[in-house]
Each structure stands twice: as structure tokens, then as C-alpha cells.
Ligand binder design. Structure first.
Ligand SMILES: [Fe+2]
Ligand SMILES: [Fe+2]
Length: 275
């Protein structure tokens, strides 16, 4: 048993050694409760240095309120990323400007509330977090592929960089992974709420996954009660959507690193809410 412990200490001692837990789109109260229930278990199991979550669906499935964000930060979340539902709740607008640790896509218009990058510090390590939106089927005022350069340029003296690419099209996310390979620690995809099976470290040392999935009810249709989603598709008429409460899971990834701006591994974490 002595050898693994020795290896573990060597990892901790290496410059840039870190573990980043990233959790996919938290959907509604059920998603927040699932995170709160799973996080202590994941902390004990994996001892993450940083915890970053996507919170764009935290408020009843659409958007996020200051109260929701405060709840996530109080649970020990270091940074929150968002996406196309960023502005669904008006009360979050001033919070997006005043709170450094919550980011909306960097390629939204400059005139829109909030900012697209942040740096969080833990145990002497600095993690840069960037949120960027795809341009296919999503409303983002500027190009993801030009604005990512500006966003990365805003990060100063960072040990690691995590990019949440919030996009519908797998092609945009795969392309962003290759585009940033060797320049950032991890590129993780969000938005579709369905985890993909392609997590890997790219040749340049960047951890990549096309979609992390969601933290919410698997019993619905990407978070919505399934009978309502099916009725909408069947009738082609407007239907009021509510968040499903059935079969909640946490979906995330753990990125392990021993060198600055490089990942050693990316592990998918798919976990039912403990009963
Ligand atoms: Fe989402
Ligand atoms: Fe989204």
C-alpha cells in the first residue's frame, strides 16, 4: 500500500498538480439538491481542488437567480458557468456584473450584463474559467472562434484553464477542442444535457469531452416532464413545461493534472442522487 500513497504525494507536490471537478447543467431545484447531496461524497472520493458547475438551468429549469447562485457558492462551488438561458431571470443581471465568479458566454455582446472569464484561486493555484457559446442554433452576438482568443488573453498568471463550450452542435465543440489543444487544461461541452462517450486527453494535453451531461432528472426529456415534452411534439401546440422530478443524477467530469495547463486524465462521473 506504500507505493500508491507515495505516488499520490508526488502528484500533490508537482507544480500545477490539481483536480478539477466540473458538473454539467444543474436543472431546477431537483438538480441543486442532487448536487448538494452528491458533492460531499465526491469531495471525499476525489478531493477536487476546484469545483466548477454550469448553472444555466438552476432556476426552475431556466436561468439562475442570485439566491440559487449564492446556494451553489455556499456549497463550495468555486465558479459558475452559464449559457443560452443566462438572461431568463432579470434579477440576476446586476449579480452577473458584481460577482466575479459567475461567467456568461464571453462571445455575447459586450453590452449584455456580465463577463465571460474569471480566475479563482485555491491552495496557491489559479484556475482560469472561460464560458463560450457555440454559434449554430444559439444566439451569441460574436464568433466563438475569434472571441475565445480575446477571452484567453484576459487570463493572467493562471496555472490551469477550463473552457466550458456551451453549444448545440457537436462539430463546433469538437473543433473547439482541437483549436485549443495544448493551450488550455480542459475543454468541456455543455448544453445538450446528454453525456457523450468521447472523454479523452487530446495529443497536446488538453482534456476534452463533447458533452458532460446534466445534473437533473433522467426521467424527463432533457429536464422537462416527459409527458409535456411528448405532448408538445405530438400536438405542435404551446405546452407549459415543468421540471421532471424523476430519477435525478449528477453528471460531471473529473480532470486530473500534474503539470500547468495540461491534463493527465479526464474521468466521467455519472452518479444517481443518493437516497
Ligand atoms: Fe442547459
Ligand atoms: Fe443551454
Amino acid at each position: 500500500m506504500a507505493e500508491p500513497q507515495a505516488a499520490e504525494s508526488a502528484l500533490q507536490a508537482a507544480p500545477g498538480a490539481a483536480r478539477i471537478l466540473f458538473v454539467g447543467d444543474i436543472v431546477g431545484g431537483i438538480g441543486r439538491e442532487t448536487l448538494l447531496d452528491c458533492l460531499p461524497i465526491l469531495r471525499e472520493r476525489h478531493d477536487p481542488t476546484f469545483v466548477v458547475v454550469n448553472g444555466e438551468n438552476a432556476a426552475g429549469g431556466l436561468g439562475i437567480t442570485p439566491k440559487n447562485a449564492d446556494q451553489l457558492f455556499a456549497a463550495g462551488v468555486d465558479a459558475i458557468t452559464l449559457g443560452n438561458h443566462t438572461y431568463h431571470r432579470r434579477e440576476i443581471y446586476p449579480y452577473l456584473d458584481s460577482n466575479e465568479r459567475i461567467v456568461r458566454p464571453a462571445n455575447f455582446l459586450r453590452s449584455q450584463p456580465g463577463h465571460g472569464t474569471t480566475v479563482v484561486e485555491k491552495g496557491g493555484l489559479r484556475l482560469g474559467v472561460v464560458n463560450i457559446s457555440g454559434n449554430l442554433y444559439l444566439r451569441a452576438g460574436r464568433s466563438a472562434f475569434t472571441e475565445i482568443e480575446v477571452a484567453l488573453g484576459e487570463l493572467r498568471d493562471v496555472d490551469h484553464v477550463l473552457v466550458d463550450v456551451h453549444a448545440e452542435a457537436t462539430s463546433e465543440k469538437v473543433a473547439m477542442g482541437w483549436h485549443l489543444d495544448g493551450r488550455v487544461t480542459a475543454v468541456v461541452g455543455t448544453h445538450t444535457h446528454v453525456p457523450t462517450a468521447d472523454g479523452r486527453v487530446l495529443p497536446g494535453g488538453t482534456a476534452y469531452i463533447t458533452d458532460v451531461g446534466m445534473t437533473g432528472p433522467r426521467g424527463g426529456v432533457i429536464g422537462v416532464k416527459r409527458e409535456q415534452a411528448i405532448e408538445s411534439l405530438l400536438t405542435q401546440m404551446p405546452v407549459r413545461f415543468e421540471t421532471s422530478q424523476e430519477d435525478p443524477w449528477l453528471m460531471g467530469v473529473l480532470i486530473s493534472c500534474s503539470t500547468r495547463l495540461r491534463a493527465d486524465s479526464i474521468e466521467q462521473l455519472l452518479m444517481p442522487r443518493p437516497s
